[in-house]
Design a protein around this ligand. Sequence first.
Ligand code: SAM
Length: 286
Amino acid sequence: MPVSFSNIHTINDAKRFLTAQFRSANIESADIDARLLLIHATGLTRADLIASSQEALSPDLVQKIQALATRRISGEPIDHILGYREFYGLRFKVTKDVLSPRPETEMLVDAALDIIASHPTAKVLDLGTGSGAILISILGQAVDVSGTAVDISEGALKIAKENAQTHKVDGRINFEHGAWFAPVKERFDIIISNPPYITKPAMEALSPEVKNFDPYLALSGGDDGLEAYREIISTAKQHLNYAGKIIFEIGFDQKTSVENLLKAAGFLNVITTKDLAGHDRVVCAH
Ligand SMILES: C[S@@+](CC[C@H](N)C(=O)[O-])C[C@H]1O[C@@H](n2cnc3c(N)ncnc32)[C@H](O)[C@@H]1O
């Protein structure tokens, strides 16, 4: 159903109208999405949008906003409409080929930077790089760190390369196409991964917004959600330098399973940290 604007004259009218429309469509982040959509349509900054709130909208602009709002109400994620997602203070291009990086994944970047604080020239391997958000954010903060980004999706690697160029860290990243360690020859100080970890039953219950727009390859972790962890952990030690560390993002109920897989493979100091919502989220091991 196209969104129809009646009696909308100013930016402020549009903001209020869009927020109400998004709320009635059960969009959780209605207020934020309305603001982001108006920033995108008008080309204004957030501050200018507030300062211009009483300015009249041209008929062309109203049409453009209507079209974008209709896409949002039909279930297209705001990131896909904007074409980008903010992560660790940086803007990452996102398309249908990559998972939109999630806020909780920023914890992996923090965990890596904690290690890098005492090892500033560390070499980092990012398995399943997607948009490149994790490795690019790490390299953005740590100028002497370099790394390799692997993904099985060529479409994802293309976007990761573009994002690395945008953030001027492409000179410090090797991009490799293939399954986990298959294209990897060297050893690293840190292996980091947010692999696909959703179980088969949970895949069926995903919201249409995730199921229809995030790539299947980025989500599905096989029957029990642990396939990628098993594969990565089985070979990880051959690619870690002495005292190297592995950092995984996990699903909220995967702490015990992933910890056990790591311990069984001989990893030490296996520690899980919770995210801000109180869910087990990051597992680190030596
Ligand atoms: C959950 S997404 C994570 C993307 C990104 N690292 C992030 O945190 O936003 C998982 C990524 O793993 C990739 N992937 C899935 N299976 C793979 C495999 N066998 N080998 C390498 N990459 C794989 C997917 O294409 C996807 O980009």
